[in-house]
Design a protein around this ligand. Structure first.
Ligand code: MTE
Length: 334
């Protein structure tokens, strides 16, 4: 069994920054308490120019977007994450994407996704809940305060980025749906639109893409539904208009363009686990000690940097999330 000792993993020099980060993300050390998060004040720092307006801004008009998503220029409140690493640029984040519904070529996803229509959009919350929900995008913006979260994204392919998301905790939406006592897992499903998503006409994966979390993972304050990035709505290639962001897990768990959120009592099937069960597990927590069968997970390439850097346990969020997996065999449950 892999023993997790967050104190050994967290570099000492980041301790203070981490404290501030956890407070900002509403994380109480050692507990799963949900604290209210105040919306980030977005100031004009580190503001690279956008290539194009996100489709959603065009469709809705900036005046219908919540304040945190309606900035004229893409903007983040900080230029670094809590470990002191610089944010990736807007252009990097939006031109190197995994979104097999459009293309398996990361650099072609942006252009292949250009014609996708992220509005109007509905998300249904269904299954083992007392209060099933069908929310359109305007409801989502109205109900849930959009806040900034600067997170590392670590792809299972061993590259990573630092991304200033805008979004809200999934826990807020799940609490509104009021899970029944036998609900143990949450299943997420991407929209199925083969007419707009060319990749869905191929058999490269089973469609629609689906993912899952344990309910307590989904309730964790670091798990968000992302609606924007750099203070703008999500671009199509990032999973507009709404996607999952679970920063301590490999990127494939962060499912894009979500339409269904279903509470279940048994472990849901997930796309990559179905495609290659020996390579991609249900948990998919970032773990430098458990290699992918075909490559090492000990290090990663940060997009925009030369050389490699060490991969951190739980992608650097061990202090916040390790307790979710206390007593679990992390190499068996990869
Ligand atoms: N969601 C869907 N629906 N389809 C996909 O192909 N790719 C996943 C994940 N979500 C994927 C998806 C993978 S492998 C990664 S690494 C991240 O999205 C990439 O997110 P990004 O393109 O915003 O960096």
């Amino acid at each position: 069994m892999v023993k997790i000792a967050p104190a050994e993993i967290t570099p000492e020099h980041v301790f203070l920054n981490r404290r501030q980060f956890m407070a900002a993300a509403g994380v109480t050390a050692g507990s799963l308490a949900l604290a209210a998060c105040s919306p980030a004040t977005l100031s004009n720092t580190s503001a690279p120019a956008a290539d194009a307006e996100p489709a959603l801004t065009r469709a809705l008009g900036a005046e219908k977007l919540p304040e945190a998503l309606s900035l004229a220029e893409p903007t983040a409140s900080k230029s670094q994450d809590e470990l002191g690493d610089p944010l990736n640029q807007f252009q990097e984040i939006t031109n190197y994407n995994n979104f097999y519904e459009f293309s398996t070529n990361k650099e072609a996803v942006a252009s292949e996704a250009a014609g996708f229509n992220p509005y109007p959009w509905q998300v249904q919350v269904t299954g083992l809940v007392n209060n099933p929900l069908v929310l359109d995008l305007d409801d989502i913006y109205k109900r849930y305060t959009q806040e900034e979260r600067i997170y590392r994204l670590r792809c299972v392919e061993a590259w990573s980025m630092v991304i200033p998301w805008v979004g809200f905790p999934i826990s807020a939406l799940l609490k509104d749906a009021d899970p029944k006592s036998d609900a143990k897992y949450v299943r997420f499903v991407t929209v199925y639109r083969p007419d707009e998503m060319r990749g869905q006409r191929s058999s490269v994966l089973e469609w629609p893409y689906q993912e899952g979390l344990r309910l307590d993972e989904a309730m964790h304050p670091l798990a968000i539904l992302g609606t924007g990035m750099y203070g703008k709505p999500l671009t199509n290639q990032q999973g507009a208009p709404i996607r999952l962001v679970v920063p301590w897990k490999y990127g494939f768990k962060s499912i894009k363009s979500v339409v269904t959120i279903e509470l279940t009592d048994s472990i849901p099937a997930t796309t990559w686990n179905d495609a290659a069960p020996n390579e991609y597990g249900f948990y998919a927590n970032v773990n430098p000690e458990v290699n992918h069968p075909r490559w090492s997970q000990a290090s990663e390439r940060r997009i925009g940097e030369s050389g490699r850097r060490d991969t951190l346990m739980f992608n650097g969020y061990a202090e916040e999330v390790a307790s979710l997996y206390a007593g679990m065999d992390l190499s068996g449950n990869f």
